[in-house]
Write a new protein. Structure first.
Lengths: 183, 97
């Protein structure tokens, strides 16, 4: 069993609890802008967890792409559509929906905890500290970039096609249709 | 730390599911989906530490797909708002018989 210093464990739980608390605040906010800000807080805490789990490059990408780019696009759309204030129409679904959502949530949690309890395949796990050593040897970027440009080169190239399709698609969907407006 | 990371991942995913099921604002539902993607990423990173670097590569791809999905999804929401003047899903029921 791997042993962790108290400093590490304390901060792991701290960032995890901050992430969960921000997520709860995020789903309970009425105003989309404050919900988005709490989601950014969740994403920052997750970035800290990634760094603590020996994935520093993923942590940086999390801050740049998720907390930076994606959430800015969300906020941009909220402001573009002028949705900043809490909506006057009922935003939260009825009692029955909330009850069903609670039951689904409980079932999901129970399932995942049951899976975690089951015996893990310990023969397959790497020796403790392997990931930390990989970060030291190949560097934070090299650790991800190495496999990405050798073993996973084809998926990486396909990703560029996906991004191109997404760009073309969003431009086409977002475009003003003059003919439809004139009708 | 694998068990703890999976615990936090499960809780975050469940919060995302409950958000999708209980809210009616399309943008908030969309952000809940992003939260669920983030929760799955956390378990991927935790597993990558125990089982090899492939999990981190997968997180990289999930983030790319999430960025593409956010762009297309928000374009759809803007088109929907232009058509209906609302993003409240209660008022968007074109497919209801």
């Amino acid at each position: 069993m791997e042993h962790y210093p108290l400093f590490y464990t304390f901060h792991f739980y701290l960032f995890g609890l901050v992430a969960v608390a921000s997520a709860i605040l995020f789903v309970t906010r009425r105003s989309p802008v404050s919900a988005a800000m709490w989601l950014v807080s969740t994403m920052f805490s997750l970035a800290a967890l990634y760094v603590m789990l020996d994935a520093p490059f993923i942590g940086v990408i999390q801050v740049l792409v998720y907390a930076g780019a994606i959430m800015v696009v969300f906020l941009f759309v909220i402001m573009l559509l002028n949705l900043g204030q809490a909506s006057e129409i009922a935003d939260v679904r009825s009692q029955g929906w909330r009850l069903a959502a609670g039951l689904v949530g409980l079932a999901l949690l129970a399932e995942i905890f049951a899976l975690t309890r089951s015996s893990s395949v310990s023969g397959l796990t790497l020796a403790p500290g392997t990931a930390a050593r990989a970060v030291n040897d190949a560097g934070a970027v090299g650790m991800v970039a190495g496999p990405l440009f050798t073993t996973y080169l084809l998926p990486f190239e396909i990703t560029s096609v996906l991004l191109l399709a997404a760009i073309v698609g969003s431009v086409m969907i977002g475009k003003q249709r003059r003919a439809a407006d004139a009708r | 730390m694998l068990a703890e990371a999976i615990f936090f991942s499960a809780v975050l995913f469940t919060i995302g599911v409950i958000g999708v099921l209980t809210r009616r604002n399309a943008i908030i539902i969309f952000m809940c989906v992003e939260l669920m993607l983030n929760a799955v990423n956390l378990s991927f990173v935790a597993f990558a530490r125990a089982y090899g670097v492939a999990g981190q590569i997968f997180v990289f791809f999930v983030m790319t797909v999430a960025a593409a999905e956010a762009a297309v999804g928000l374009a759809i929401i803007i088109a929907l708002f232009r058509h209906k003047q609302t993003v409240n899903l209660q008022n968007i029921n074109l497919l209801r018989g």
